[in-house]
Design a protein around this ligand. Structure first.
Ligand code: ZN
Length: 387
């Protein structure tokens, strides 16, 4: 095959309804088993002369057409170093996404956090509002595992924020270590969530959690965690088998990397690629955000971060603007309560779910889109020589 170097290329795969879109009433997206091995790449994107900066891509056949099951997909061949270039490749929600009128999605990161999460859930329940909770696996301990059950039982979205909140999770490492380390971070969190949902009591949860962690420390070196992935699958499956669960009781479909890395860090392409590959392998969809509160702003004093009026005003303003709002379980809960009072009678504000925005963007929800990307894990292949 002759390598074609394309300096600038836009693909627009037309006809979102033509490829079996669920949203359009067609057949479901093909599963990984139906899709089969990826076809040979027919083009290689290149944005400069560095041979490492190439991304193999596929045009007419399976990859792009299957990815276009959910939406006409645009792929750009010019890498400018801006996240927008990657966003075209990696399905998810990003700050540049337009938002349907009035839709606001509240997301809370870093929990569960004991009484803080409990208070937050109470306030949301009083207002009959559903949010998303991006949990940190390590924070799900024997005293907090019940909060995971409560999040699910009360109709919120449970989402994955990695195991130990490693802001350097996507640091460039040799070989496939970064990709597998990201897989470990998200996969072990899913396993701990399953343990929390299947646990009979506090001691039972402690035992299940210890079993899925196995020999790993809670802050392993990336290279050790990467090497542990195959054994982790086995430990996780053993947990499900032991409880006759078969599959995860709640497969998390949304992910948000700690610190927003690689999007908001100074990382190179290899980090984006490793991250995208890991999420694709797990069928995870990225959720970034349009707004965030100051509840964790390191430039403020603790008093300013905990200021009820400040939190209320930020929540109200962001909600009226619309989009995904990032906050944390540690937010001043009275600020949340007051914001919900203020927004209660405002008919222009719609409390939506992440899936609502994803459907607006791609025409399908995170479960369907996750299946599509998982069926095509490996679609990022940098520096692939095609001759
Ligand atoms: Zn976080």
């Amino acid at each position: 095959m002759t390598r074609r170097r394309i300096s600038s290329l836009w693909w627009v795969v037309v006809g979102a309804c033509s490829a079996g879109s669920v949203a359009c009433g067609g057949t479901p997206p093909p599963s990984a088993a139906q899709v089969g091995p990826p076809p040979e790449p027919v083009a290689v994107f290149s944005w400069d002369d560095d041979p490492r900066h190439r991304v193999a891509a596929w045009d007419t056949s399976e990859r792009l057409s299957v990815l276009s099951v959910c939406r006409p997909l645009r792929a750009r061949g010019v890498w400018s170093g801006r996240s927008g270039d990657v966003e075209a490749w990696m399905p998810g929600l990003y700050p540049t996404d337009p938002v349907p009128d009035g839709h606001t999605v509240w997301t809370f990161d870093d929990g569960p956090m004991g009484w803080r999460t409990e208070g937050l859930l109470d306030v949301l329940a009083d207002a009959d509002v559903r949010a998303s909770f991006f949990v940190v696996g390590l924070n799900i301990d024997p005293s907090d595992y019940g909060l995971v059950q409560r999040v699910v039982a009360e109709g919120h979205t449970l989402a994955n924020h990695g195991f130990n909140h490693d802001g350097y999770m996507v640091a460039e490492r040799s070989g496939d270590v970064t990709r597998e380390y990201v897989v470990w971070q998200y996969a072990v969190t899913q396993a701990v969530v399953d343990a929390a949902l299947l646990a009979r009591d506090r001691d039972d949860f402690a035992a299940l959690r210890a079993a899925v962690l196995g020999p790993m420390s809670t802050r392993p070196r990336a290279v050790d965690a990467a090497a542990d992935v195959p054994a982790l699958w086995q430990r996780h499956q053993a947990l499900l088998d032991e409880r006759n669960a078969g599959v995860s009781p709640y497969p998390m479909r949304w992910a948000r990397p700690p610190g927003g890395a690689p999007w908001f860090g100074r990382w190179g392409l290899a980090s984006y690629v490793a991250y995208a590959e890991a999420c694709a392998a797990l069928g995870l969809i990225n959720a970034y955000w349009h707004h965030q509160t100051d509840d964790s702003n390191p430039n403020l004093t603790p008093e300013e971060r905990a200021d009820v009026g400040r939190m209320r005003d930020q929540l109200v303003r962001a909600s009226r603007t619309g989009g995904v709002l990032l906050a944390h379980d540690r937010i001043a809960v009275n600020g949340v309560r007051q914001a919900l009072w203020s927004l209660g009678g405002d008919e222009r504000v719609v409390f939506a779910q992440l899936d609502d925005l994803l459907v607006a963007k791609y025409g399908c929800d995170a479960t369907d889109l996750g299946d599509v990307v998982r069926g095509h894990s490996g679609w990022w292949q940098p520096a692939l020589a095609v001759d």
